[in-house]
Write a protein that binds this ligand. Sequence first.
Ligand code: MGD
Ligand code: MGD
Ligand code: MO
Length: 773
Amino acid sequence: MSDKFIPIQAYDKPAGGFGSLRGTASALSGNGAFPALQTLPSVNQPQGIDCPGCAYPDSPTDKAVDFCEQGAWAISHEATPKRATPAHFARHTVTELRRCEEWQLEAIGRLTAPMLYDRASDTYREIEWEQAFTLAGEALRALDNPNRAVFYASGRSSNEAAFPYQLFARAFGTNNLPDSSNYCHEASGDALRLSIGVGKSTVTREDFEHAEAIFVFGQNPATNHPRMLGDLRHAKLRGCKIVVFNPLLERGLQKFTDPQAAGELLTGASTPIADEYCQVRVGGDMAAITGMIKALLEADDASSAPAGLLDRAFIAEHTQGFAALEAVVRGQCWNDIERDSGLARAQIEHVARIYAQSNATISTWCMGLTQHEYAIETIQMLSNLMLLRGNVGKPGAGLMPVRGHSNVQGDRTVGITNRPRAEWLQGLERVFGFQPPTAPGLDAVATINGLLDGSVHAFTGLGGNFAVAGPDSPRVLDALSRCKLTVHIATKLNRTHLYPGELGLLLPCLGRTEFDRQAGGQQFVSVEDTASMVHASTGRNRPASGKLRSEPFIVTELARHTLAAAKPALQIDWALMGRDYDATRDLIERVAHGAVAGFEHYNANIRRKRGFHLPNTAALRVWKTDSGKANFAPHALPQDTIMKRARAMHGERVVCLATVRAHRQYNTTVYFDPKGEVDRYRGVHHTRKVLFVGPATLARLGFKDGDTANLRAASLDGVERVVEGYRLVEYPIPSDDVFGYFPELTPLSSPDLTARGSNTPAFKEVPILIEKA
Ligand SMILES: Nc1nc2c(c(=O)[nH]1)N[C@H]1C(S)=C(S)[C@@H](COP(=O)(O)OP(=O)(O)OC[C@H]3O[C@@H](n4cnc5c(=O)[nH]c(N)nc54)[C@H](O)[C@@H]3O)O[C@H]1N2
Ligand SMILES: Nc1nc2c(c(=O)[nH]1)N[C@H]1C(S)=C(S)[C@@H](COP(=O)(O)OP(=O)(O)OC[C@H]3O[C@@H](n4cnc5c(=O)[nH]c(N)nc54)[C@H](O)[C@@H]3O)O[C@H]1N2
Ligand SMILES: [Mo]
């Protein structure tokens, strides 16, 4: 991207509309339209390809088009005609490639052949598959302890790849299975399991048709889950109330033109989305929700309705801990609630009234709630609010963490976790006859610490861009290159791959859009969306290179070569799982028996038109919690916060940075848009080096719109973290919080600042100082 800066141009049009259609067209034009055009009609259709974009559920009814602009970008980038060939690697040393920006690495194109790092020439060189597997196996076996190895997974892999991957790690002897979920919705799962006994959404896409109110917390669906806007629009048109909590006025949550609704599109009309937009301060949701509960309790006291405003029958039959919650919330004062939330009492009372008047309410959330120090407490307070009116386990209502990666939920279901449940391990033992390790393994942040302190010696990545996606990237990248072994299974080159260990392998795999022919015939894979629908995905495109192998094949060959001589011998037919995914699904079904409900007749059900739903106990009002009831989990407003600690150390100039996604990116994959579009709805073009700052904060700190600044972490651990040359952009933010893009700003994050209890990095709560450049 050039340094040319086009001043922020306020986007006054609704989200969606012709802008989205043009955006879809430019996704195709830059990347060779043909493979993508061939693919798009089948995206998210029965018998088609599951979009490798987000995890939002597919339409439960027939729909000719069920993909969005963002999905088109994801697909056209996977189906690109560009190639990162061995010749390309021969021409560019790894040191040279490190000078590329993230988008330039992505733009080289698809990896085409297995590569081994050659230290003498500082290049990656082609290697035979068989030799790659043998070398990796030898290096893993040479470790002094299986816990020296970590097996990272990014949530894009299918169930059929993830299952053998976790089996491999455990048969090797470790639960070191960090995944992208550790960076993402970990806190949601933890909070919900304690509150309602299950860590997944209780909402299905059908529920959106019955909700009377939908509360959207910390989420930017126009960019990250565009198909959700269609559901919000339909709900709105039927009279459902929509309330948004977000410190930024995100365009798509204000006005939306459905590019699939011809009438709206042609008349230039749009649907207003939010009935009420609460510009909460960053990290202020817990206070806002506390305020809503307080307002609800106070309104209930004053209510003349005989039943009051709470669902007393539900509370009595299904919950425990109401009195404790009531005591804690009544003990919080409105001054503190207003200060911590950044919202006026009147607005909180107003949205509490909307909540009280709705007989079926859905709450959705994403990274605005999870990437915080008090993420678990916040999500539990939200669960408390929902339980007060029985909004779990009835049509049109429920709690909905909206997951990111398209199969991050499925990967977890089939065993990718550093904290496996006993039932799952028992299943593995029953089916495969070996005793899996029970001690918890390393999560993503613990892996970072293990790399930094030298206790992790081998890193395997099933997709993802581990170091760039996590805190302290520069130090973690260096630490990776000190490993004995790095293995990356990937479609595209990224920065994490450019820090190979002593033995550094780069193994190219098929993407989801490509057909997968094995000795056992044409294969398909399965994935689980955020509403727990498991469905098939069948690739159709010709693979980017004849040398690509499927993820299940690569994983099972790595396992086979590593564990061939294991003693006692393992009863695992790796080769079968590598060539016949029906066999893998049968094994998943057998292991899941007694551990995960819903996988019965997996191979038959996955062939049904829309797949099958994994039952959610809380949605059935069955509470798999310690108490056997849904737990009200009371939390008082926190006193000790990252920002307070940082201000005590570095003074009052410290502000809170929340890192967010721009429109033209998929996590660490930054898309180059030939038209210069970076973040359409926030009006940013040609550069990503911007920091959004409110007018009062600019004035207080002595800056003005357009100034260039360096950003320094107000570090609590003494490590210096700085990024340079950021353009300050005045933006309508009422609080002192500032916003900018990840991954460029991730180097300001510290692995020490994480969500309590779930260890998710507090990517939305980074204390920084803005300094004159
Ligand atoms: N096109 C595209 N789609 C994607 C992705 C992508 O990168 N590109 N990523 C995928 C993944 S893995 C994920 S996890 C999801 C992420 O989806 P989102 O969570 O929507 O992504 P973010 O950009 O992190 O946006 C966070 C939103 O939270 C708001 N926010 C920040 N701090 C707070 C806070 O303290 N409180 C509240 N209430 N709001 C806050 C921000 O203003 C922003 O609107 O998207 C998935 N889908
Ligand atoms: N500062 C900051 N940091 C964040 C976040 C934030 O909001 N702020 N969000 C966090 C979140 S929510 C997440 S989920 C993580 C994401 O962390 P990751 O999942 O580790 O990162 P991605 O950028 O999604 O990974 C992209 C890479 O995956 C590979 N890839 C793509 N498709 C495939 C495939 O089909 N198979 C295989 N094997 N490889 C493939 C490509 O090589 C590509 O470069 O980032 C986290 N980091
Ligand atoms: Mo995510």
